[in-house]
Write a new protein. Sequence first.
Length: 458
Amino acid sequence: MNRRWLIGAVTVAGLVTATMAVNLVQAGAATQTLHQLAAAKGKYFGSATDNGELSDTAYTAVLGGGEFGQTTPGNSMKWDATEPTRGTFSFTRGDAIVSFAQAHNMTVRGHTLVWHSQLPSWVGSLPAAEVQPAMVNHITQVATHFKGKVVAWDVVNEPFNEDGTYRATPFYNAMGSAYIATALRAARAADPDAKLYVNDYNTDGLGAKSDAMYNLVKQLKADGVPIDGVGFQAHLAIQYGFPSQMQQNLQRFADLGVDVAITELDVRMVLPRDATKDATQATYYSNVVKACVAVTRCVGVTIWDYTDKYSWVPSVFSGQGAALPWDENLQKKPTAYNAIVTALGGTVESPSASPSSSTSSSPPPAGACTATYRIVNSWPGGFQGEVVVANPAGRTGWTVTWTFANGQQVSQLWNGTVSQSGATVTVRNAAWNGTGTVTFGFLASWNGTNTAPVPTCA
Ligand code: XIL
């Protein structure tokens, strides 16, 4: 994806006049993907995913298209997925996500070995003396299977209550807090190369719960227990405020000699979305990413899927949603997305360079432009399209419109700004390519028939 953007930008660079050079610099910077920007800072930017979504080709075009260098299976490596009945293991779903990741240059965080939730009932029914051997066997089997395929494991997930006391899980009830050290040691024995994490939510800022995590990690280090990192889920909600002193909190863990990672970031709001909530959400995204950037041992940021289409939020937090940087139509939300780009040190086009303002301040368009549509490449469920726009001399902006006949949906577009309403697609020039002959490209979904529409240009 990014390579195509760059090629597109270079093509445009060859066609426009030298006076556009400043805009081209801005446009070129904006085409850096989130992961490229993070990688330039020695970190990753990732997105969770799940098996069902992998058959949505418009979705996978973005997931594997370069924005993300890491993924976490949202459900497929959990206990209920991997050992639904005692001693019977299933790795099919986890393997599918690993394959996708490997095919798209993404690392995988394993999630999660020991957790009270999504835990088959047989574990909770075991006599106390059998819980430890069952837990160690589970860790050993799962971590051995995925050895070499995951870079990290959330070995223990969500061990604490809100007040910092230990959560009374089947593991805690059988073994006390020592289950955490036992689990970490079993994971290390099974996969010595994976980074071993404890992961929790509402530990993102300073507070009783993060103090408890801090004390646990300090003790584990003192006891020589293998612990490499602490995961901060960062499931945030704009109506509850931003976590207190997040950067300082991450830093105090780093100072204990462990890595830290933002593992499940999303920023939900009470629906419906509006511009004010979007702006607040963007500052939350920015603050989290900036906190990670500022802490050397923060290895990366994972958002808990990238699109509202597949967010867990609406099903769990009634009336809430819109938590991710891409909307339910797989379109980037400019506010949240640009905030992340900026926090990662990237550049986005300044509003003053936006197509609408430059168009309105320009002389009226001279003569009609033409647009030629073609399908470049097509595969089951998805296709890449391209439109060549020819502008007569004197024209400084263009708008191309077409109507899809078969329910096609644009998911990504480069070298222009797109909106799709129902079947109608409208594409306007980017800040730097309003003149001359211009090519823009896009990815879209299709099913059954993929009739090429005849676009109009104005
Ligand atoms: C969520 C998944 O996203 C949902 O699909 C599933 O129904 C419930 O679990 N903390 C975690 C994640 O560590 O595993 C959870 O994932 C979200 C909260």
